[in-house]
Ligand binder design. Structure first.
Ligand code: SF4
Ligand code: SF4
Ligand code: FES
Length: 367
């Protein structure tokens, strides 16, 4: 056990009953640097101010109740060592504040019902099988469940919700945790409403196409659920498997993007907009009345880009192909030539090389 050290915790205080504004308060704690930020907060509660409010239970990153922001980054307080937190501290003080994107009830406690749980309810978080239930349990092939293990690992801590940048801009966004939960049912072979679920999430203006791929949820999740990856899987199922052409232009944007990279090797911005509005087709994007309406609506943005020099008329009209672009096309052919889509579940560690080695070992009797 390491020797105890002094740490300063700068904690955000707020008590609605006091009538005071939220403010910062510094506390000194003395603890082994390997102990957690939660241990520090509990020492403050124990020795200095019993009114300090924090939710916690397991102290082992299991119950999901101690989500906070430490030095501005969303995390579980019980899963963050004081020594690690000190490294990113500002002026030596470890700041601890309530999670973002959720209303604060008191000090470090946020209203999970108002945001997180409401969004979880939104995605119908239970199985919807059809027909007569089997006499005994539903039998599911093990490999089918592997696909959903990653989203099943979620402990509903809300840390990803706190970190999500899209939610900050659009509080109605269904959000990373609820969409990861949605994949848990979309990927489950016992559920008989896959297409309806996907259509609903694709058509919702705050649904799967509201995520901006910022990776923040992947970075902060304490259980490696990788919510953004689950959202990408939902999109892939919606577009590639069910061909859902949504009114949010998600299908068109994805198809336009992929087709452009296949043809030019780099992103042709001037082509992307009409293709996105035209369900992937540049021609439809310029003649279909609904697409033209959307193009005209977005024209001021394009003009601002031209004025700022981000787009030049020459580049907009004659986009150059990437040198060696043939290699990009070869990658497309290779991927599209595969009989089955390769789904990467990050909970399953290893790659093709490992599989080949494993097969070799099996063949030679090694284990
Ligand atoms: S990747 Fe998407 S869901 Fe995840 S934090 Fe960013 S915007 Fe939110
Ligand atoms: S996805 Fe991760 S960060 Fe988000 S609620 Fe679940 S466990 Fe917490
Ligand atoms: S106290 Fe349970 S996750 Fe931190």
């Amino acid at each position: 056990m390491a020797e105890a050290q002094d740490f300063t915790l700068k904690i955000r205080r707020f008590d609605p009953e006091s009538g005071e504004q939220a403010h910062w308060q510094d506390f000194g704690v003395e603890l082994d640097p390997d102990r957690s930020v939660l241990d520090g907060i509990l020492q403050v509660k124990d020795r200095e101010d019993a009114s300090l409010a924090i939710r916690c239970s397991c102290r082992a990153a299991i119950c999901g109740s101690c989500g906070v922001r430490i030095n501005g980054k969303s995390a579980l307080a019980c899963n963050t060592r004081l020594s690690d937190a000190k490294q990113t501290a500002f002026n030596g003080a470890i700041t601890v504040e309530p999670m973002g994107n959720m209303p604060v009830i008191k000090d470090l406690i946020v209203d999970m019902d108002a945001v997180h749980w409401k969004k979880i309810q939104r995605v119908v978080p239970w199985l919807l099988p059809e027909g007569e239930p089997p006499e005994r349990e539903y039998i599911v092939p093990a490999e089918a469940m592997i696909d959903v293990t990653q989203s099943m690992a979620c402990i509903q801590c809300g840390v990803c919700v706190s970190a999500c940048l899209s939610l900050e801009v659009d509080p109605e966004f269904i959000g990373p945790a609820a969409l990861a939960k949605a994949y848990r049912f979309v990927g489950d072979p016992r559920d008989d409403h896959t297409e309806e679920r996907l259509r609903d999430l694709a058509e919702d203006p705050h649904g799967i196409y509201d995520c901006t791929h910022c990776f923040a949820c992947i970075e902060v999740c304490p259980k490696d659920v990788a919510p953004m990856s689950q959202i990408m899987r939902l999109r892939r199922r919606a577009t590639a498997d069910f061909g859902i052409k949504d009114s949010n232009n998600g299908y068109g944007h994805e198809k336009g993007f992929v087709d452009i990279i296949e043809k030019w090797g780099t992103l042709h911005e001037a082509q992307l907009l009409p293709r996105s509005f035209g369900q992937g087709s540049a021609i439809r994007g310029q003649v279909a009345p609904d697409a033209v309406k959307q193009l005209l609506r977005d024209m001021p943005t394009a003009l601002r880009g031209l004025r700022a020099g981000k787009i030049t008329p020459k580049k907009a009209l004659m986009h150059p192909k990437l040198p060696g672009q043939k290699n990009v096309r070869r990658i497309f052919e290779e991927v599209e030539g595969k009989k089955e889509r390769l789904e990467l579940n990050l909970y399953i560690v290893g790659d093709d090389g490992d599989q080949a080695e494993g097969a070799q070992a099996e063949g030679s009797g090694e284990s």
